[in-house]
Design a protein. Structure first.
Length: 238
């Protein structure tokens, strides 16, 4: 039997009755600084196209137990997702605050469930955007990393009823805690690698790419774009 404290993590009051959060889609984002307020369009478009979904927008690192962005770039993603997962949600979609939903995601949900972790294809090789420290941490050579496809980390879908999603998040958080998100966007001063193929480091994204490679999670088609109706989302950078 669930204790009262546990019940609050898996049930929510919808105005008429308690419903299980495990059956509700949760969109999650984080914004502060110059991005503060830009998440409102994400909220509005989710309400328009997925009215039954919940939207969580966090603004303070302390809300989610995350180190500051300056100390561990983009670790807030991992902590925001974990915070919502701990409230009982199984289907969670991370969106950067500048993302806007273009249509219903009903046809996408079975794919997220089957995949466990939905990672969008990018086209770049991981070896271009991974520093030496990350490659060493994951035990992957740059030659091998040049044959691994990168992902767009601005949107990632999770189904935590699938064990692969839980394993991915656990490894992602460990990499964050171990400081592997840290690095410079550009390698102009050779801070990330002496290898000319390395152009910089992509923090959470690089780690997500290398973890998914180790776990055998394939890339899926991109959700982000504006050129055709096949895209589910667009973005609005400041």
């Amino acid at each position: 039997m669930l204790k009262a404290k546990d019940m609050t993590q898996v049930l929510k009051w919808n105005g008429n009755k308690f419903v299980s959060t495990q059956n509700i889609i949760a969109f999650v984002t984080f914004s502060n600084g110059r991005y503060l307020g830009r998440e409102q369009k994400l909220r509005d478009t989710v309400r328009l196209h997925c009215p039954d979904a919940d939207v969580f927008t966090f603004h303070d690192f302390s809300e989610i137990g995350s180190p500051p962005h300056e100390r561990s770039p983009y670790s807030f993603k991992v902590h925001a997702i974990e915070t919502v997962k701990n409230r009982g949600y199984k289907t969670i979609i991370w969106c950067d605050s500048v993302v806007r939903l273009r249509k219903s995601i009903d046809t996408l949900l079975p794919i997220i469930k089957r995949m466990g972790v939905y990672l969008q294809e990018d086209g770049w090789p991981v070896g271009v955007w991974a520093n030496d420290r990350a490659l060493e941490y994951f035990g992957i050579t740059r030659d091998d990393a040049m044959n691994i496809e990168a992902v767009y980390a601005c949107i990632i879908g999770f189904d935590f009823s699938n064990p692969i999603a839980n394993e991915f998040l656990a490894r992602w958080k460990k990499a964050s805690n171990d400081g592997i998100f840290i690095g410079n966007w550009k390698n102009d001063l050779k801070t990330e690698s002496q290898d000319e193929r390395c152009r910089g480091h992509r923090h959470d994204q690089t780690c997500a790419e290398l973890i998914s490679y180790q776990l055998g999670i394939p890339r899926s088609r991109s959700l982000l774009g504006t050129k055709s109706e096949r895209y589910f989302t667009t973005y609005d950078f400041p």
